[in-house]
Each structure stands twice: as C-alpha cells, then as structure tokens.
Write a protein that binds this ligand. Structure first.
Ligand SMILES: [Zn+2]
Ligand SMILES: [Zn+2]
Length: 290
C-alpha cells in the first residue's frame, strides 16, 4: 500500500548491463526522475515479477511513459504456476476497461515471457525461480549467484537451500514476532534465521507492513542489525551498495519515498558508481543502529 512516504514494490538493480527491475509496483514511477535514459539504443529493460498482486504490478501502466522507445521484457510466473501464460494473465490485468490499452498496445516493443520454476535464461541472465506459498503463488527469484529476492511468502525452510550461495538476500519482513506467521507473511526472527542458515552476507528487508510508523520501522531495523549487523530496511531511493568484493551490483529500492528532491535520485545513482571508500563509508554509517 503506498503511503505518504513510500510506494509499493519496485527495485532497480544495476550491474547487469540491463535496466533490471524487480517487481513493478507504484515505485516504478521513480524511474521518471532519471532523465535521458529512454533512448532506443539503450539496453532493454527487464522487469521480473514475483507475482501479479497489484502492489507488485500497478506500475506496469507507466511503462509506455517511462520507456517510450525502449525494448521491454516482462518475465512473470506463467503456465507452470498459473496454468496460463504470463502474457495471457497480463492481457487480462492490463486491458480495457481497467486501462485504456493492453500492455502490448501501449508498448509496441514489449515482450512477455514466462518465468518457470527452476532455471530460466532471459536476456543473458540466469534466473532461478521457486514457487512460494502465498494467497496466490509467488515466485522466489535468484539472479545468478549474486542476489535472491524472496517476497510475499512466509518464512519457509526450503528458502535456505534456494538462496544458498547468494551474498545478498532481499527478503520480505512484515514485522516482528511469530504471530505474523499466521498471516502468511514473514517475521524478522524467521528471516534472520534463514539468512544465517543460508550464509548470506547482507540482508535487505523489503515488503514491510505499510502500516508501521517511521519509528516502528526504525525499531525493526535496529532489531535486525543487533542480530544481523549487515542488514537494513529498504528505503525509497536509497541505494544499497554490495559488500566489498561484491560491488558488481548495486540496488536501489524504488518503493519508499522520503519526498526528496528528484535531483537526489541522480545523486543516488552517481553514488552507486563512486569509489569503494565512499561506499564503505556509507555502509558503515548505515550499520549503526538508530
Ligand atoms: Zn502478494
Ligand atoms: Zn505484496
């Protein structure tokens, strides 16, 4: 649910030579503040959807404005998960009378492909997927041996093996306390256990309960950092540099906003390519429990 200070799930991952986006919630609109990135000669945008709930897909209607001349690939759970192709599902989701055009009518150079359980090869990336329990199934997504994106599911012991070997884990964290498990969401204590058992280096908490106050989110983050020092809550427009030795990727959560000057988005992007020293400095600052 978008609120005064955040949008819904959308994350930009740099380092693969693509405009790589994880989920397409309302946070996708943040890309409008990155000027000069719409040229046709740029590499394609690859958007990976964990599932179709609207907090992860509402931003798809912005694609034609965000990437008017760019090739777009949308990869989402398809026939193996839902019994129909991702293209067919999205044609129902983005269609009149709910939107003026179908996704393909609005974006002539857009291709929709299925994400299947197991290994997928899309736009040169090796993307592994695992079906997760959710009100409607979601897909756990692992990109190469770099990062795993686990959202809209509870704390599942099977996640440990799936993400093993990835230094960065993005895992949903609805809040603290096992009572959360009854809602089908993940709680902090369980997420930390998964992160430890899988041996990840970094833990980025995403898909936080949107009703938490700012101070409650800060408390959640402090609790996470007491147990798992290299962890943080994803905040809108705040880049997450990879750990030393893993600088290949940098991650910008697009889903929360601090109502910043749009120009700061560029700064955040520039920061992502700055020196290791600068990245270390910002990481050390971030690690201090608030
Ligand atoms: Zn969902
Ligand atoms: Zn969700």
């Amino acid at each position: 649910m978008p609120r005064y200070n955040h949008h819904t799930a959308a994350y930009r991952v740099e380092g693969y030579g693509l405009e790589l986006i994880l989920d397409a919630g309302t946070g996708l609109c943040r890309l409008a503040d990155l000027p000069g990135e719409n040229a046709a000669e740029l590499p394609p945008a690859l958007i990976l959807l964990s599932h179709y709930h609207l907090d992860h897909t509402a931003g798809l209607i912005y694609l034609s404005a965000l990437f008017p001349r760019r090739r777009i690939i949308v990869a989402a759970p398809g026939t193996a998960v839902y019994g129909e192709s991702a293209a067919a599902i999205l044609n129902r989701l983005i269609a009149p009378p709910f939107f003026a055009h179908s996704l393909n009518q609005a974006n002539p150079d857009l291709e929709v492909v299925d994400l299947a359980p197991g290994e997928n090869h899309i736009a040169g990336l090796r993307i592994q997927c695992r079906i997760q329990t959710h009100t409607n199934p979601s897909m756990g997504i692992r990109i190469g041996n770099e990062l795993a994106y686990i959202t809209d599911t509870g704390c599942d012991a099977a996640t440990v093996e799936f993400i093993s070997g990835c230094p960065l884990l993005m895992h949903e964290c609805w809040g603290r306390g096992e009572a959360i498990a009854a809602s089908g969401h993940a709680h902090l204590e369980g997420v930390i256990q998964i992160a430890r058992q899988a041996g990840v280096d970094q833990l980025l908490l995403v898909h936080i309960n949107p009703l938490l106050t700012k101070s409650e989110i800060n408390e959640l983050e402090a609790a996470a950092q007491r147990e798992f020092p290299d962890s943080a809550v994803a905040r809108d427009l705040v880049a997450w540099p990879m750990a030393p030795g893993q600088e290949k990727l940098n991650l910008t959560p697009l889903f929360k906003s601090q109502a910043r000057n749009p120009k700061q988005i560029q700064i955040a992007k520039i920061q992502m390519t700055e020196t290791k020293a600068r990245q270390k400095q910002s990481r050390n600052t971030r690690k201090k429990p608030s």
